[in-house]
Design a protein around this ligand. Structure first.
Ligand code: 1GP
Length: 229
């Protein structure tokens, strides 16, 4: 089964393409975050994913792989998040890559440990937006329509508002969150201190922090957890 994710308030996303060591992982775990997602967009290989998994293995908190390429799928994780980019400009990222992966390993897949997430990528300058040719700019009605399609047409349990690398607009996140009925709203992008964590924690179900753990802002990590607890 996929770990009990609905109570997660704070998650750290680690990028296999960035350097991590035991001390950094200790700091991440000690922060009190609810789970660790391993995921990234660029230069992801199975070798890099496994290197990170080895560092995380001693710790009991949920270790989730966000699958960005079938080549990087590694066994051992507690769950697998499957991104579906709702505002992708190319069907590859809506269903194409998924279909290819299922064609390859569909027989072996344990569907119980998979959880799909509907991404809406709103920072046009981030790597994921470039890769998926994310459709931007979007009005808030456009964003809401994508979110509602994800929730109601695709029955996605998570709508992930992605601003990777940039702090987004809490009012927009709140607008979306208040108009969804079932899907939980994940927010990620530009959170590097308690104040930003609190702002987004008020309007999203779960906040995702990424880049800050690779900078000196990692010292603020425990405060970002406290801000949403
Ligand atoms: C990236 O949403 C996450 O996928 C977190 O974004 O790296 O900007 O914190 P940051």
């Amino acid at each position: 089964m996929f770990p009990d994710w609905k109570n997660w308030r704070h998650v750290v996303k680690l990028d296999p393409d960035k350097a991590a060591d035991e001390y950094m992982i200790e700091q991440v775990v000690a922060s009190g975050t609810d789970a660790i997602i391993v995921g990234g967009t660029q230069n992801i290989s199975r070798e890099k994913v496994l290197r990170l998994y080895k560092l995380l293995k001693p710790y009991p908190l949920p270790k989730i792989l966000e699958v960005s390429s079938v080549d990087a799928i590694s066994f051992g994780f507690d769950g697998y998040l499957i991104p579906i980019v709702l505002n992708a400009g190319h069907p590859q990222w809506l269903i194409g890559a998924h279909k290819e992966a299922v064609k390859l390993i569909g027989e072996l897949m344990d569907w119980q440990v998979l959880l799909p997430e509907g991404y809406i990528i709103l920072n046009p300058d981030c790597a994921a937006a470039e890769l998926t040719k994310a459709i931007n700019p979007l009005s808030r009605e456009d964003v809401l329509a994508y979110a509602r399609c994800g929730e109601n047409l695709f029955s996605l349990p998570i709508i992930y508002i992605e601003y990777s690398g940039k702090f987004g607009n809490p009012e927009l996140v709140s607008y979306i969150k208040n108009r969804l009925n079932n899907a939980r709203v994940f927010y990620g992008g530009g959170i590097d201190n308690a104040q930003k964590a609190e702002m987004m924690g008020k309007v999203a179900d779960t906040i995702v922090v990424g880049n800050m753990v690779y900078t000196e802002a990692i010292k603020n990590l425990p405060d970002t957890v406290k801000a949403v607890s």
